[in-house]
Write a protein of this length. Structure first.
Length: 460
């Protein structure tokens, strides 16, 4: 289904406002649907025959033959179990024309009584150094178990297949050893391809969500409180160092595809951080359709900067706001530092001002000095930042009109600064380009006809 949007774009020369994906004048654009964006899932495979499924471009089984009876790297017609299909269902609701690349990295074992094995080693005698001992899509222990080599092979295959964004709704207990033996590869690839990881449903954030460069996603309930269900709760924090994780929060209670659809395809309600992460992945698919040239660090800065403040800042840095990320499209500056101070200036017409800095961690952690300076010389810092954070977000509710400066001083870090606020908004009239209900259960995608989008600077 195509939504036609007639756009009148007004460009402000004084403050150099622009939308990188639009040119000046009047033109017809398609409603963003993630069209052509390749979304990789490292999960339990996917049932591409589901009547409500979108397009599955490729589906690979990464689990060794001695475990699931299939040859490694075999292209599967149907290789899915419930979790992967339902994660994909969340993405398809937000980005229905995205293309799924599925990599099965889990397998289930059952005994004669229907009980699931928690450990490949218990079942097959596989050595501990190949295991992620509690790799887990839903809870503290699960009948699903993955081998770390299979997950990393799936990650490498996704890169080889040209994935534009990778979703990882799995996790295992984090530690410095696990970071360097497992998560580090995710961090390296996340400098080239955005990787979205669920935070986990117990305690502190699980690997590979403990990465610096990945986007880690926790969950809130429909009331905006931290998501909980019995003993499960959206994980937060890194136990072995002082760092804010997750960066983003999204609804932990969603409607998605039913995996057991023989009696009829429908949307069912599911819970957990596994289903919060693909909401961020879907949002990235929309951004990549609008501007394929956006880099992972730019995308991360945009999504954090456009997010809403959580009720409790210990839960995460911001709550995903897809409507703002797509409709307002914050300006973004990116580059690499060179040990010399840098200033970036921009105009604020007053009102709310949001500025977010994100930088990539390459070999070891490095710190960037960052602050905002008002037209009168007052300095503003991110007072919530922890020792090992590589994100700074500053929000000023009533900013002083005039020229503001962002100051940076670092080593050779690759960085991105996103900024936006009351004076830098796309105003779509009566209808928003994107709408998500307060309860977060599904995306509303009715016919939309917008006659004019004004992108203007209020100080002219």
């Amino acid at each position: 289904m195509i939504r036609t949007v007639s756009i009148i774009l007004l460009t402000c020369v004084l403050c150099s406002c622009q939308i990188s994906v639009h040119s000046s004048g009047v033109e017809d654009l398609k409603f963003p649907t993630g069209k052509g964006v390749k979304v990789a899932l490292l999960d339990l495979g996917i049932d591409e025959n589901h009547p409500m499924a979108g397009e599955v471009l490729k589906a690979y089984d990464m689990v060794p033959e001695d475990i699931d009876g299939n040859s490694p790297y075999e292209l599967k017609e149907i290789g899915g179990d419930w979790h992967g299909t339902e994660v994909a269902g969340v993405i398809w609701q937000i980005a229905p024309e995205s293309l799924i690349l599925s990599y099965k990295v889990f397998h289930a074992f059952y005994d004669g009584n229907g009980n699931g094995f928690c450990d490949y080693g218990e079942h097959l005698g596989i050595s501990d150094d190949r295991l992620l001992r509690h790799i887990n899509p839903i809870g503290e222990f699960s009948e699903y178990q993955a081998i770390n080599l299979d997950i990393l092979e799936g990650l490498r295959k996704a890169v080889e297949d040209g994935a534009d964004v990778i979703n990882v709704s799995i996790g295992e207990p984090s530690s410095p050893e696990v970071y360097y033996s497992f998560t580090k590869e995710f961090d390296e690839i996340a400098t080239e391809i955005p990787i979205v990881v669920s935070s986990g449903n117990y305690g502190t954030v699980a690997a590979p969500g403990d990465g610096y460069n990945v986007i880690t996603v926790g969950a809130i309930d429909p009331s905006g409180n931290i998501w909980r269900n019995g003993k499960m709760e959206s994980a937060r924090g890194i136990w072995w160092e002082k760092r804010r994780k997750p960066e983003l929060l999204a609804y932990g209670q969603v409607l998605t595809l039913n995996s057991d659809w023989e009696s009829g395809a429908e949307l069912i309600s599911l819970e957990g951080t596994s289903f919060a992460a693909p909401q961020v992945t879907g949002a990235i698919a929309l951004l990549k359709e609008l501007n394929p040239d956006l880099t992972p660090v730019e995308i991360k800065a945009i999504l954090i900067n456009s997010s809403d403040p959580p009720k409790d800042k210990s839960w995460g840095i911001g709550v995903l706001n897809i409507e703002r990320a797509i409709n307002e499209r914050d300006e973004v500056i990116s580059g690499r530092l060179n040990k010399s101070p840098r200033y970036y200036t921009f105009y604020s017409p007053g009102g709310e001002l949001r500025v977010t800095l994100v930088w990539e961690i390459e070999e070891e952690f490095s710190r960037i000095e960052f602050y905002l300076e008002s037209p009168r010389g007052e300095r503003y810092y991110d007072l919530e930042a922890l020792e090992k954070d590589n994100v700074r977000r500053i929000t000023i509710e009533n900013s002083e009109p005039g020229i503001w400066r962002a100051f940076l001083l670092g080593n050779r870090e690759k960085f991105a600064i996103a900024y936006g606020g009351d004076g830098l908004k796309v105003r779509p009239g009566e209808n928003a380009l994107l709408s998500i209900p307060l309860d977060g259960e599904c995306l509303l995608r009715s016919e939309v006809q917008i006659t004019q989008l004004d992108y203007r600077c209020d100080h002219l």
